[in-house]
Design a protein around this ligand. Structure first.
Ligand code: AMO
Length: 430
């Protein structure tokens, strides 16, 4: 029978007509005289109806169904494809084993660790699918905005000779008998490329040997990096990131209505200016308003949460920039100011850091001084330092952690679920 395939999302437009739908056996039910097969394709799930004469294959088998579309308020989508009287069930690939978890139910009855262990099938669950689909659209919108503003996409090496961010969270690898590392960030390379194109971006994984088991740290994550030359100061960096994020959120709201609804996601308010507050003022405000004292060089997670609350309550903003971090809290490449502070900044989204960035040092002597001040060996960075002898413009940029952005947008508690195959200290498979 040659009936052309339509997508499940298009079934409602074919009431009374014979159609073919093709996909996976999402669920099945046997009610004695009637058998229901919920068929899932890339666009959604639809109920197909068979008589008891038809044997339905195992969950997740690939099938094609020919039947007649009818309205049925009791069916999950309000429509069904009936192959009860006549019609056809073709088995394309029969599953040889039942799935290790019940995919239609994973959202609520599967332990998170089990879900991650069986990621090769648990990702098929519609909510899990929706998370990564929205992330893909966020990244697409990131590229689109930057392409439209004359940025060039770059591809920097992920095998490097030194870490850019300092700290101990470097993965060491054996590189033809020499020591090398997996890149923690494209930081040094995106700066070098500003000397070529002025405006660059990269969307690529980076690697951090994080030892803390938190819901916001991965060993491998997608870094959305931006760098721009000929800036005045860090306010240009914030202007760019604010406009970029507003554009990304607007596009996702437009393109991902179904997925956002499936997840019950609330889009951020993009009609207000993101507040900008210095770290010093943020600390004072948190103390005064919430009676919470945060010491150290940075805001701790509770202080971030409280500042996010302040931004929402006082400015109706889901985002807030924290600026002017002290030199001791920032990497060597951060532009210092005379008061012991820097033009380094963070951006919080719903009370959690999603970005670090700022203006960078663009002069050779100043960079060497900053490395030495941090007891780092300028020799180890010689390849990077060279470019600063050859005319680098004042520049700055930032990086957004894609999993954190996605998780906070969608109200997901653990960034692991915003990555298809997360890596952490205890997880190297699938
Ligand atoms: P930073 O180290 O702060 O800055 O990282 C930038 C952003 O990346 C995300 N992030 C992570 N996400 C998941 N798991 C991790 N282990 C993890 N570590 C960081 C966060 C964070 O805000 N080179 C600078 C950026 C710049 O200045 O342009 C950098 O990498 O969302």
């Amino acid at each position: 029978m040659s009936v052309d395939r339509i997508l499940v999302s298009d079934v409602a437009n074919h009431v009374g007509k014979e159609v073919r739908v093709t996909g996976w056996v999402h669920n099945r039910r046997d009610l004695g005289g009637v058998r229901f097969l919920h068929l899932r394709d890339r666009s959604g799930v639809v109920q197909c109806v068979f008589s008891k004469k038809t044997d339905l294959p195992l969950h997740e088998s690939c099938v094609s169904v020919v039947g007649t579309v009818a309205e049925n308020p009791k069916a999950p989508s309000g429509f069904e494809v009936s192959a009860f009287d006549s019609g056809e069930l073709e088995i394309i690939t029969e599953a040889t084993h039942a799935p290790p978890i019940e995919i239609p139910k994973t959202a609520w009855n599967v332990n998170p660790d089990t879900n991650l262990t069986y990621r090769y099938v648990s990702l098929r669950e519609p909510k899990a699918q929706a998370i990564l689909k929205i992330q893909a659209e966020l990244v697409r919108a990131f590229r689109e905005y930057l392409d439209d503003n004359d940025f060039t996409e770059i591809y920097s090496p992920k095998i490097v000779s030194a870490g850019a961010e300092g700290g101990a969270n470097l993965f060491e690898i054996d590189y033809y008998g020499k020591r090398a590392y997996l890149a923690q960030s494209p930081q040094l390379y995106k700066q070098i490329m500003v000397g070529v194109y002025e405006r660059v971006y990269e969307t690529a994984p980076v690697f951090r040997a994080e030892l803390s088991h938190t819901s916001r740290h991965l060993s491998e994550y997608l870094s959305l990096d931006v760098e721009m030359g000929f800036i005045q100061d860090d306010s240009d960096v914030m202007d760019l990131e604010e406009a970029l994020l507003k554009s990304m959120m607007g596009k996702v709201a437009e393109r991902c209505g179904n997925q956002l609804e499936r997840l019950g996601a609330v889009m951020p308010n993009i009609d207000v200016d993101f507040p900008r507050i210095s770290l010093f003022d943020a600390r004072a405000l948190i103390k005064e308003k919430f009676d919470y004292e945060t010491g150290g060089k940075d805001l701790d997670p509770e202080a971030e949460r409280l500042l996010g609350r302040w931004a929402k309550e006082e400015h109706d903003s889901d985002f807030v920039f924290v600026t002017n971090y002290p030199q001791a809290a920032r990497p060597f490449y951060t532009y210092p100011t005379e008061d012991g502070l820097t033009r380094g900044l963070d951006l919080l989204f719903r009370g959690l850091e999603i970005t670090s960035g700022g203006q960078r040092v663009h002069e050779y002597d100043m960079l060497v001084k900053e490395l030495e001040a941090r007891k780092m060996d300028p020799e180890a960075f010689s390849g990077y330092l060279e470019v600063f002898k050859h005319g680098m413009p004042p520049h700055g940029g930032f990086a957004i952690g894609a999993e954190r952005l996605t998780a906070l947008l969608l109200g997901i508690e653990n960034v692991r679920f915003a990555r298809a195959f997360p890596r952490d200290e205890g997880r190297l498979q699938p």
